[in-house]
Design a protein around this ligand. Sequence first.
Ligand SMILES: [Zn+2]
Length: 483
Amino acid sequence: MALYSFVCFSLLLTVSAEFQWKHHNNEELPLVLQEVHNNCPNITRIYALSEPSVCNVPLYVIEFAQVPGFHRPYIPEAKYIGNIHGNEVLGRELLLGLAHYLCDQYRKNDPEIKALITNTRIHLLPSMNPDGWQLATDTGGKDYLIGRTNNHEVDLNRNFPDLDAITFDFERQGLSHNNHLLKDLTQLSAPLEPETRAVMRWIMSTPFVLSAAIHGGDLVANYPYDESKTGASAAEYSASPDDETFKELAMTYALAHADMASPTRRGCHTTSSDDVSYNFGKQGGVTNGAAWYSLKGGMQDFNYLATNAFEITLELGCEKYPSAELLETEWNRNREALVEYLWKAHIGVKGVVSDSKGFIPNAIISVVNCTGSVTKPIRHDVTTGPYGDYYRLLTPGQYEITATHTGHFQASRMVSVPKNQKSAIILDFRLEEFQGKTNWLQDLSSFGVYSPSLRNSQPRIYKRSLYEKVAETMLENKEIVKQ
Ligand SMILES: [Zn+2]
């Protein structure tokens, strides 16, 4: 009996050790995640988002962490989302493969993967649009559009609240209120789909720092903003305050990919290798979103403008629905990039803001770039989470970092961010309370001021938002206006 059990157990191990490259259907997808969890029970957790797809398919996530299920201070959180467009299927299989790979390498004591999982909380959502996947698959997977949308025929990557319009409006008015803008939204242009609502709740309730959504149909790493500032439909570079950082994030993926950044590769929609139109290899494999074409209601810009997360959009191949035989090749072309990108959750500065009573959630971290001869504020603040912790992704250089919170004296420190970081610089702030000092100071603080080098500028208007409270208000009560 013991021998029989041993043989069965060995067979089970042998079977589960090999990941099969194929198109996993909606029933098989959670089984793959379950298998990964069975192999790595201590570092993984499977959960479903708050609501399923229109056709009632749960949106499953697998999480990798040293302590799954819990956010821990100094541990940044990152996510990958696949298959938002149902007929763009490569991301779905790559993320299943990545889950298997992370577990496998962890068990083999791969030092890089062990360090990554020990120091990062990673969430993988292989399919955001299982209904679209089903339709695309049932119809042969060859059409450029069939299965793109969800089962209500809504493009999920146009269904997020348009916060770009709000931030551009604030910019035009000269206001520096530049983050967590969901609270400023007064109306929705279209009803939120269940898949969108589920992902919004997820990203509003988890303190993500880094993210990428995986698409297909081209080969390029696309970064914010996706929406043009003038309304131009294409070819207008729409820079965010973190343009430098976003470029570095996108380039990290492109350079670690087999040939995304290769200038000699052929473009997906070109007729010859000399044709430079839409040949992203000739520009390093990266593009600003609106410089390609402008879109409203995308998930990427929503992440940046509603939360502390920096998200880019990865187009991972000319073919939206590659045949099963190509999947393993695509994995080998993307594996290094998928891992390398996750390390970007560790660039810049991180720390905890506290006072004599303990952690301070919702403190504001603002940054001035002091690299070179001209100091320049990065007009996009991040905020501290429930444990007072913050993560501020930055490119190499000199920065002044300022922590501000109502009822406290603000504090600023200079920091030098090095190249090739695998761990963010730790910069903690202990803020001193006002303790009943004059009211005017308190009032000034409640609106915030720029750090010392920018004192002559206008006051910053801070409207703080608590993740879940705001998400609930937004999701349940906003008036919907049909356009
Ligand atoms: Zn897409």
